[in-house]
Design a protein around this ligand. Structure first.
Ligand SMILES: C[S@@+](CC[C@H](N)C(=O)[O-])C[C@H]1O[C@@H](n2cnc3c(N)ncnc32)[C@H](O)[C@@H]1O
Length: 263
């Protein structure tokens, strides 16, 4: 099992690993969400503030608060230019430190699967959203093997090694998210798949950026024997199609969901 704290308690390291994936997914999610301008926003599980920055840059919020339980992430976010507009607080999604009906939009980017009690997290998101407000989020499609580490997981299995399990994998499908949001008493539930396909200059760039020693998968791969690592590398290479110019594209998928609080 992946230790979530080990990945999320180092803001700068997380930013290097996930920043560009999460920004691309976040931008597409916000286009689809089509939130009203001038809204009061809560970003649940804001991490290093990548999604908070997108909200500030494209949604004209009247107010914006980001919360995350890991103080190191919040410290990192407080150092960003967006901190002039957004307030960042250390808080857990399972116990949000806000009054009922405080926000017009409560959104959570790449977080819901990591919550240890997802129905409770959703109940909290609904509680702090105003009647008629939006509750929404997106997660990588780990259930479909389409997370950013999909090629590594697939290749590990292909060479007979069980990959580490990502928390909440089974609840990352569109069906599971729909059932979670419906179960929280939300209405007008809509889901949408987001495809993100960054281009890597060559296989080496893909390999180095996706196996840094700071991540659980990177540590897992680092602990393999040298022959295992070489087999893994060539197995990953064979699962990824290379473009005519030698560049590599891998398309990850995020499952997005949005709903309204009954009015
Ligand atoms: C993959 S990161 C996403 C960060 C950010 N939203 C983004 O889009 O880049 C997952 C985040 O979930 C946060 N998280 C984990 N457990 C949480 C909880 N119980 N309540 C709130 N956030 C949590 C982690 O600290 C981490 O910042």
């Amino acid at each position: 099992m992946v230790d979530a704290k080990a990945v999320f308690d180092d803001g700068a390291a997380y930013e290097r690993f996930m920043g560009r994936w999460s920004r691309a997914a976040g931008a597409e999610f916000l286009d689809w969400l089509a939130p009203p301008p001038g809204a009061e926003w809560l970003d649940v599980g804001c991490g290093t503030g990548a999604f908070t920055e997108l909200v500030a840059g494209s949604c004209s919020p009247a107010g914006l608060i980001g919360v995350d339980p890991f103080a190191e992430q919040i410290e990192y976010a407080r150092g960003l230019p967006v901190a002039r507009l957004a307030d960042f607080k250390v808080a857990d999604a399972l116990k949000l430190p806000f009054s009922d009906r405080s926000f017009d939009v409560v959104a959570s980017a790449l977080v819901i699967n990591f919550l240890p009690n997802r129905p409770r997290g959703l109940a909290e998101m609904r509680r702090v959203a105003k009647p008629g407000g939006l509750v929404a989020g997106y997660v990588w499609d780990f259930a479909g093997g389409r997370g950013t580490g999909g090629p590594l997981m697939k290749a590990l299995r292909a060479i007979g090694i069980d990959p580490p399990t990502i928390p909440g994998t089974n609840d990352s499908s569109i069906e599971a998210l729909q059932s979670l949001f419906t179960g929280a008493g939300l209405q007008d539930v809509e889901a949408h798949a987001i495809e993100i396909a960054p281009v890597y200059r060559d296989f080496d760039e893909f390999w180095t950026s996706q196996t840094p020693a700071i991540t659980p998968i990177g540590k897992f791969i680092g602990a393999l024997t040298e022959p295992q690592r070489l087999r893994l590398r060539s197995s990953v290479m064979s699962t990824l199609s290379s473009n005519p110019d030698g560049s590599i594209t891998y398309t990850a998928r995020a499952n997005a969901i949005k709903a309204r609080v009954p009015g």
